[in-house]
Design a protein around this ligand. Structure first.
Ligand SMILES: Cc1ncc(COP(=O)(O)O)c(C=O)c1O
Length: 402
C-alpha cells in the first residue's frame, strides 16, 4: 500500500521521544521532559490578543499562499533592521512553521542526487528533509575540539560538483554554540569560490543570544552581515516559534532570491494553501510589539543556563560546552561508556537516554539523533525546580554505576 518514500520515512526522533515520555506520564510516572525544543513560557500578550481579535473580526479566510502583504512587509523591515539587507515583500514567503519552510526550500532547489552539506551535530530533521527532496545529505562530523563547528578547511573539502546547498543553524540546535563574524567571513570566502552553492541559513534561534556583546543589530552574527554580496544565494529562515514562544501557531518564513521564493510560494499554493490567517495576524503583532519581551526572555534564559551549568557541576562525569544562545545543553556522556548499570554495560548514548527515561523518569535526546555519538541534548527551557530535580535524578543514576 505504501510508497517507497513512505517506507523510507523516519519519524522525527524528538517527537517520538516526547510521545514515549507522555506515555509514561499517562501511566502516572512523574517524568521530567528535557527533550522538546519549545519555550515553557506563554505566548506574549500582544500576539495572543491579536489572535483573538483576528477571530472576532473575521480575519479567518484564505490568505495569499506566500502570506499577507502586511506580514511580509514587516518581515522585510525586520530583515533590513537586523541583517541590513533590503528585500521586497515578494522576496518573502510565509508558511506553516519554519520546518515546512525549510522543507519547501529543499523541495524547490534539489534535483535527485544533489548534495546538501550539513554538519553534525545537526537539528534532527535536516537529513531526512534533504532525503525527502531526493537530495543526499553530506554530513560532516564536527567534534568537541572544533567547538562542534565546521572549519573552513572541512567545508571546502566537502564541496564538489554535486553540491547544491549548505544548510546550517547558528546559534545551533543542539549545541547552542554560535559562529562568529570571522568564522562566517571565512565561509563567505569559500562560497565566493563556489558560486553554485546555495546557503540556507536557519536563523530560528538568532534572537535568543544571551550576551548582548555577542549580538550584531540585536541578533546572532549572520553570513549576510559580513558578506552582503551573497544575498542572491542566501535563503534566510526564521519564524515565530522560538523567540516569541509561538510553536503551536505554526508560522515560519523565508527571505531570499526571487526565483526560489516564488517557487516556494507556488509549492505552498499547491500543498498547504497558506498558513493560518489568525496566526499570521498574531505574528504580525509579535514582530511589531515584542522586542522588550524578547530581551526579558534572554535574561531569563541566561539565568537558567547559568543555573543548569552550576547544577551539572554535581556530575563531573558530564562535560558541557557553555551555550551562547538557544536553550539547549550539549552534554558529553562518553565517560559513562563501559560502566555497568544493574546488569547491563552502557555502550552508547541511546542506552544512557533509555535508562534515564525508564528508570529515573528524565527524558533527553541522545546525541546520535543529531549525528554525534556520546552526547545528550537537554533543553533548559524549563523551570528551575524541574531542572534541579532532573539533575538530582541524574546524580542518582551516575552514583549507581559501577
Ligand atoms: C534548528 C531548527 N530549525 C527549525 C525549527 C522549526 O521550527 P518551527 O517549525 O516550529 O517554526 C526548529 C524547531 O525545533 C529548529 O530547532
Amino acid at each position: 500500500m505504501l510508497s517507497k518514500r513512505a517506507l523510507n520515512l523516519k519519524p522525527s526522533p524528538t517527537l517520538s521521544l516526547v510521545a514515549k515520555a507522555k506515555e509514561l506520564q499517562a501511566k502516572g510516572f512523574d517524568v521530567i521532559s528535557l527533550t522538546v525544543g519549545e519555550p515553557d513560557w506563554n505566548t506574549f500578550a500582544s500576539p495572543s490578543n491579536a489572535g483573538i481579535a483576528a477571530i472576532q473580526n473575521n480575519i479567518t479566510k484564505y490568505t495569499p499562499a506566500n502570506g499577507t502583504i502586511e506580514l511580509r512587509k514587516k518581515i522585510a523591515e525586520k530583515a533590513k533592521a537586523e541583517i541590513g539587507i533590503e528585500y521586497a515583500p515578494t522576496q518573502v514567503t510565509v508558511g506553516s512553521g519554519a520546518k515546512f519552510i525549510i522543507f519547501a526550500a529543499l523541495q524547490m532547489i534539489c534535483n535527485p542526487g544533489d548534495e546538501v552539506i550539513i554538519h553534525s551535530p545537526y537539528w534532527v530533521s535536516y537529513p531526512t528533509m534533504v532525503e525527502l527532496a531526493d537530495g543526499v545529505p553530506r554530513i560532516i562530523l564536527c567534534e568537541e575540539k572544533e567547538g562542534y563547528k565546521l572549519t573552513p578547511e572541512k567545508l571546502e573539502q566537502a564541496i564538489n560538483h554535486k553540491t547544491k546547498a549548505f544548510l546550517f543553524c547558528s546559534p545551533s540546535n543542539p549545541t547552542g554554540l554560535m559562529y562568529t563574524k570571522e568564522e562566517l567571513q571565512a565561509f563567505a570566502d569559500i562560497f565566493r569560490r563556489h558560486p553554485q552553492v546555495i546557503i540556507i541559513s536557519d536563523d530560528i534561534y538568532n534572537s535568543l543570544v544571551f550576551d548582548p556583546k555577542n549580538r550584531v543589530n540585536n541578533v546572532a552574527p549572520h553570513i549576510l552581515h559580513v558578506a552582503p554580496d551573497l544575498k542572491e544565494r542566501v535563503i534566510m529562515i526564521n519564524g515565530g516559534s522560538k523567540a516569541y514562544s509561538m510553536t503551536g501557531w505554526r508560522i515560519g518564513w523565508a527571505l531570499g532570491p526571487q526565483k526560489v521564493i516564488t517557487a516556494m510560494a507556488d509549492y505552498q499554493s499547491q500543498s498547504t494553501g497558506s498558513a493560518s490567517s489568525i496566526s499570521q495576524h498574531a505574528v504580525l503583532a509579535a514582530l511589531t510589539d515584542c522586542s522588550k519581551d524578547i530581551e526579558a526572555v534572554n535574561v531569563k534564559l541566561a539565568q537558567r543556563k547559568n543555573l543548569a551549568l552550576q547544577e551539572f557541576k554535581r556530575i563531573p562525569q558530564f562535560v558541557i560546552s557553555e551555550p551562547q544562545g538557544a536553550f539547549y545543553l550539549w552534554v558529553n556522556v562518553k565517560s559513562l561508556f563501559g560502566k555497568k548499570f544493574e546488569n547491563t554495560y552502557i555502550e552508547n548514548d541511546k542506552m544512557v537516554g533509555n535508562i534515564l527515561l525508564e528508570k529515573f523518569y528524565v527524558a533527553t535526546v541522545p546525541g546520535i539523533e543529531c549525528g554525534n555519538q556520546g552526547y545528550l541534548r537537554l533543553s533548559f527551557a524549563t523551570t528551575e525546580e524541574k531542572m534541579k530535580l532532573a539533575v538530582d535524578r541524574m546524580v542518582q543514576f551516575v552514583s549507581q554505576l559501577n
